[in-house]
Design a protein around this ligand. Structure first.
Ligand code: NAD
Ligand code: UGA
Length: 450
């Protein structure tokens, strides 16, 4: 059993704290947000994450997990301190490191014994060295400490499962002994462990997120071409995915990536490159394609529903992806704002994200279920791929709508079936099958027949 302090009780911090306590360690989870800590002490979680409540409650009861707002209390017995605070987008795409700086300063102010400081937040390359410098310069007495980078790869919606079954653990440090100690902590997870230097570990995180975002923008570009030429991107992705060099994952075409990470991390990597005089051409294209996706949704709505003034549009889903209540950088918010700008009224339904969305966009009418959402609207847009949306009584929905226009931003429905039910249906990149185009002339036919 090790003594661990986890700083930040958001998506990453709370899952890390719950996960390590479940592995038998004693964990103090620390946050400066008093309300969050007080609620956690009462068993109320600040985020929705499947399975997390049960693991938190089990470990609190077992005395392995507790919560504090005090760095002195959090670090009292700790051998390890994980930093898991937010690193949101600052100006120009640069990551805003103010919370990391504050955490490092607080660690230095409260540390009473040797400590391994482990950075889990996604931070620009070089931040680990900077954190070490902050701590060194602020320690009131000389105490040994090391900084290890341990980037997190979990996904929201399956965060706990991802923590417990990671694809790999990446550790970066200039102090091999400290990295080995952190490796020991992760051994029960039985994942491959990559030990490298600090900066390389920090870069592995950005490169991984940027690569996944690139896959999404790539398939979205292919979807555009499919739409024009009458091919079906879903089948294209399946056909490509069997090649193990390509893989089927992250080839879902749709309304583009959102969330608290891909948008900010691709921007931050591009910013890092630009500052060093490098031209991040591919990253720029990835971001441009992603922005176009949201505009494309509006175009689809307009082409089916006509002028948006006086119309009412329903959004099925608000969260940036399924199984989360997170609406940071959610495409739904952008789409709602664009629709409203064009004179449409917007209503929405989401199983868990309505409360968060209502705080930011109170002008969206929140509905109690998908049927209230559909009643009398001019178009329905599938924004989030919640499983429960795949099981709806679509015939009832079709009848409830004023105009049966269905824009399936996540390709969760089958075009032929939707047409049979009487919808005017648009999928993404479903080409001829999706009814997005007639049967277009064969591309290149002119040349080939010459
Ligand atoms: P979050 O916003 O959900 O949580 C951050 C928490 O840190 C908040 O509760 C906040 O009150 C707390 N905090 C801020 N400053 C603090 C301080 N000085 N001391 C103590 N607590 C403080 O953030 P998140 O989504 O968990 O992301 C955290 C980091 O992990 C980010 O760098 C993010 O890029 C990275 N990451 C996130 C995910 C994800 O799925 N959300 C996955 C991998 C990596
Ligand atoms: C992503 C990564 O998958 C995690 O490995 C990483 O740890 C995390 O970012 C992070 O650094 O925060 P997350 O943002 O939770 O996780 O969600 P994803 O499942 O990756 O989805 C991101 C966005 O891409 C969502 O909007 C999703 O709808 C979209 N997406 C995903 C697609 O449009 N197509 C796909 O094929 C896959």
């Amino acid at each position: 059993m090790k003594e661990i302090c986890v700083i930040g009780v958001g998506y990453v911090g709370l899952v890390t704290a719950a996960g390590f306590s479940d592995l038998g360690n004693r964990v103090m989870a620390l946050d400066i947000n008093q309300e969050r800590v007080e609620n956690l002490r009462k068993g109320i979680l600040p985020i929705y994450e499947p399975g997390l409540e049960e693991v938190v409650s089990r470990n609190v009861k077992a005395g392995r997990l507790s919560f504090t707002t005090s760095y002195a209390e959090g670090l009292k017995n700790a051998e390890f301190a994980f930093i898991a605070v937010g690193t949101p987008e600052g100006g120009d795409g640069e990551a805003d490191l103010r919370y990391v700086r504050e955490a490092a300063e607080s660690i230095a102010g409260a540390m009473q014994q040797p400590l391994v400081v482990i950075n889990k937040s996604t931070v620009p390359v070089g931040t680990g060295d900077w954190v070490a410098e902050i701590i060194r310069s602020r320690l009131s007495k000389p105490l040994p400490f090391s900084v290890v980078s341990c980037p997190e790869f979990l996904r929201e919606g399956s965060a706990l499962a991802d923590f417990l079954n990671p694809s790999r653990t990446v550790l970066g440090s200039m102090d091999r002994e400290a990295a080995d100690k952190v490796a020991q902590l992760h051994l029960p997870l039985r994942a491959p462990i990559v030990i490298t230097d600090l900066r390389t570990a920090e870069m592995i995180k950005y490169a991984s997120n940027a690569f996944l975002a690139t896959k999404i923008s790539f398939i979205n570009e292919i979807a555009n071409i499919c739409e024009a030429l009458g091919a079906d991107v879903k089948e294209v992705a399946s056909g490509m995915g069997y090649d193990p060099r390509i893989g089927r994952q992250f080839l879902e075409a749709g309304i583009g990536y959102g969330g608290s990470c891909f948008p900010k991390d691709v921007k931050a990597l591009a910013y890092m490159a630009s500052v060093q005089g490098r031209n991040p051409q591919l990253l720029q294209a990835v971001m441009d394609i992603n922005e176009d996706r949201r505009r494309m949704v509006i175009e689809h709505v307009e082409s089916l529903a006509g002028k948006l003034e006086q119309s009412e549009i329903g959004l099925l889903g608000l969260a940036f992806k399924s199984n989360t209540d997170d609406i940071r950088e959610a495409p739904a918010l952008w789409i709602a704002a664009m629709l409203r700008e064009r004179g449409a009224k917007v209503r929405a339904y989401d199983p868990v994200a309505m409360e968060n969305a209502a705080r930011i966009m109170p002008e969206i009418r929140m509905c109690k279920d998908p049927y209230e959402l559909a009643d009398g609207i001019d178009a329905l847009v599938v924004v989030t791929d919640w499983n429960e949306f795949k099981q709806l009584d679509l015939s009832r929905i079709q009848k409830l709508m004023r105009k049966p226009n269905l824009i399936d931003g996540r390709n969760i429905y089958e075009p032929a079936e939707m047409k049979r039910l009487g919808f005017h249906y648009r999928g993404i990149g479903r080409g001829y099958n999706g009814g997005n185009a007639g049967a277009p002339a064969l591309a290149g036919k002119k040349d080939r027949t010459r």
